[in-house]
Design a protein around this ligand. Structure first.
Ligand code: FAD
Ligand code: SAM
Length: 604
């Protein structure tokens, strides 16, 4: 968890920061202030009239009141197909109860606030929150302002500069921060703030803003409006044509991400949606657990939060079960799990240590060790998710054999040389076969899962092997055969899966040893450093691959990262994570370094 704001409540019930000894909003009326200072100060709604896309950024998310006022205005005035991107920064988030209390005086905002409250995660990093029905999305950066702006690659059309008064919080108004505000501004960007302090006026002017004083709100005589010069508008372009190769979870997540941005892709799959590794009857959605707190830990924590939000809120019918046990499986696990349970990357209570007896109770038989309970983990049914996310795009059954340039575009060719599609943006999401279409560091790892029809459905548990409930019973496994890519079912692999199950669920394994086993073999795509490939390979050619054994956790967020990059929008990933996933990263590293991947627990 990040450090929380400590709030005092004044006699009128308004929040005040103990750290800064300043108010979050005017005592004369927070919502009216938000409208008068920030919305009007940025020329809204006029500034977004006629625009298909508009981006607002804020320094100082606080209670979220400014953003709710913004959404209220957007709801009332937006063009039906227009998209609102919001980026807001907060270093000391309010606790959930304080945030609810702060906006209580405005019950009319409660429906708009629901996604903020339901998705209440205030751990360090970027968090993406959708506002369904409004075609709006918020990326909330929980970090210091300069760090957040340095990590963000968006361009704001309007800025709400709301970081407490310069006298009480000069840090957020310093030159470095204002220079980043200017650097992250679109031509003609406007900025608004409640203060007319000299350092703010001079600071904004030094960054090229034209600054004007306006009559202030409440007790304040004046407020500030600022504006950057407008460059001649870019020539309107036709929307880009997009083709996605592969309709597993990566391809479906890409389709969802592009459609959320208003574009309808063509999706080509040699054998149809879910034919590859993504076609099991159930999938466990868990992060890779890395106690180090570095890039892998941050990436998986953010991807996990986004995946859980999109499945649980967006596709609740696809959720089979919630919560999962990660069982201690080696001598280092007890201390590793202790560190993970205390990690600031996860919300309080999201990772809970369980003693051996509690573990046994949740497992349904004595386990011999303790566990980590992943409260927010999900078991999902992939098929309805793929169907929902591909719904509305042009899905074709076709094998792509080659991709070649065609003027400014790319052509996708079949094995017989026929042109299957032509696109401005091509995304490779062909699982382990991505490497056949582009030079990528991807190796196949064959895996077979076994499943059984059963009335009793277990709690999900993983320990190197795993067992999860399906709609019809349970699934367990799985084998890992590096370098193999054949898809046939093997009896000896069922036997290996039963032996793995017997390590931690001996009673269950004994019961199942007499049952007829069904199964499915798939091929994971692994990379030398066990991090996915997500980004551009060349202009117009993007890759989402190398998802290993965690595709259902990683794909939703990484698909949004790719859609944003391909369309020139702000990525939901902080810059350092985006860089760590660049598909061409191995070409610039020594092979030895690239192959020395971090150790991790074995995954599905
Ligand atoms: C046994 C097993 C169990 C697993 N369990 C889990 C789990 O519980 N949770 C989890 O998160 N992950 C799990 N994984 C990993 C997960 O399945 C993968 O990370 C994920 O499915 C990868 O998705 P993808 O879309 O990249 O690839 P795939 O699902 O393999 O999709 C690639 C698609 O591309 C198509 N394609 C390939 N080449 C071409 C071409 N040339 N032209 C057109 N189409 C093409 C294929 O037909 C396929 O449909 C498991 C993997 C295995 C093998
Ligand atoms: C005046 S309040 C913001 C009010 C908010 N806009 C609202 O609608 O409630 C200022 C906020 O800026 C945050 N803040 C102050 N300095 C910061 C910094 N350097 N980096 C990030 N956030 C900061 C504070 O924690 C506080 O939440």
């Amino acid at each position: 968890m990040s450090p929380r704001a400590i709030i005092d409540w004044d006699e009128a019930g308004a929040p005040r920061s103990r750290r800064f000894d300043d108010v979050y909003f005017s005592r004369a009326g927070g919502l009216q202030e938000a409208r008068a200072v920030f919305l009007e100060g940025c020329g809204l709604p006029g500034a977004w009239a006629g625009r298909e896309r508009f981006t607002v950024a804020e320094l100082g998310f606080g209670t979220g009141l400014n953003i709710l006022a913004l959404l209220e205005l957007w709801q009332a005035t937006r063009e039906p197909s227009a998209r609102l991107n919001i980026f807001s920064v907060e270093a000391w988030p309010l606790g959930e109860a304080d945030a609810r209390r702060a906006i209580e005086p405005w019950p009319q905002l409660a429906p708009l606030a629901a996604p903020l409250v339901s998705g209440w995660a205030r751990t360090p990093g970027f968090h993406r929150i959708d506002f369904p029905g409004l075609n709006a999305v918020l990326d909330l950066a929980v970090m210091e302002a300069a760090e957040a702006l340095g990590a963000w690659d968006g361009r704001a059309d309007a800025w709400f500069l709301d970081g407490f008064s310069p006298a009480r919080n000069p840090e957020i108004w310093r030159e470095e921060v204002l220079a980043l505000v200017a650097a992250r501004s679109a031509p003609g960007a406007r900025a608004a703030t409640f203060t007319v302090a000299g350092m703010v006026r001079r600071g904004l002017a030094a960054q090229g803003f034209e600054v004007a004083r306006r009559p202030g709100f409440g007790g304040k005589a004046e407020r500030l409006e600022a504006r950057l010069a407008l460059r001649s508008p870019a020539r309107a372009q036709d929307p880009p044509r997009i083709a996605i190769v592969g309709a597993g979870i990566a391809g479906a997540a890409l389709a969802r991400a592009f459609m959320a941005e208003g574009l309808v892709p063509v999706v080509l799959d040699a054998q149809g949606p879910g034919a590859g590794a993504s076609g099991n009857p159930a999938a466990l959605v868990t992060p890779r657990l890395d106690a180090g707190g570095g890039v892998p830990a941050q990436l998986f924590a953010q991807a996990f939060e986004r995946a859980v939000g999109l499945y649980a809120d967006g596709q609740p019918d696809a959720v089979i079960a919630g919560g999962a046990l990660q069982l201690e499986a080696g001598p280092r696990d007890p201390s590793r799990f202790d560190r993970l349970a205390a990690s600031e990357l996860f919300d309080d209570g999201a990772l809970q240590r369980l003693a051996p007896d509690e573990t046994g109770e949740r497992l349904g038989e004595a386990s011999g060790g303790g566990a980590l309970w992943l409260r927010d983990a999900l078991v999902i049914e992939p098929r309805p998710v793929l169907e929902a996310w591909l719904d509305g795009c042009d899905v074709r059954r076709a094998e792509v054999a080659r991709i070649e340039p065609s003027g400014e575009r790319r052509r996708l060719l079949g094995p017989d040389g026929a042109v299957l599609a032509e696109a401005d943006i091509v995304c490779l999401a062909a699982g382990h076969s991505c490497g056949a279409l582009a030079p990528l560091a991807i190796a196949p790892v064959r895996g077979q899962a076994s499943f059984v029809r059963a009335a009793r459905r277990p709690n999900a548990a993983a320990w190197g092997g795993y067992v999860i409930p399906t709609r019809a019973g349970l699934l367990f496994g799985a084998t890992h055969d590096r370098g193999q890519s054949s898809g046939e079912l093997r009896d000896e692999d069922h036997a290996r899966n039963l032996a793995t199950l017997a390590q931690r669920r001996p009673l269950l394994a004994a019961e199942l040893s007499h049952e007829p086993l069904e199964g499915r073999a798939g091929v994971r795509a692994s990379t030398p450093d066990r991090l996915p490939l997500a980004g551009p390979l060349e202009p117009g050619l993007w890759v989402l691959g190398g998802l290993g054994g965690r595709g259902f956790c990683l794909a939703p967020l990484l698909a949004e990262h790719i859609a944003a990059g391909a369309l020139g929008l702000a990525s939901p990933l902080p810059r350092h994570l985006a860089l760590a996933l660049a598909p061409d990263r191995f070409s610039s590293r020594s092979a030895a370094r690239a192959h020395a991947g971090p150790s991790e627990e074995k995954v599905p």
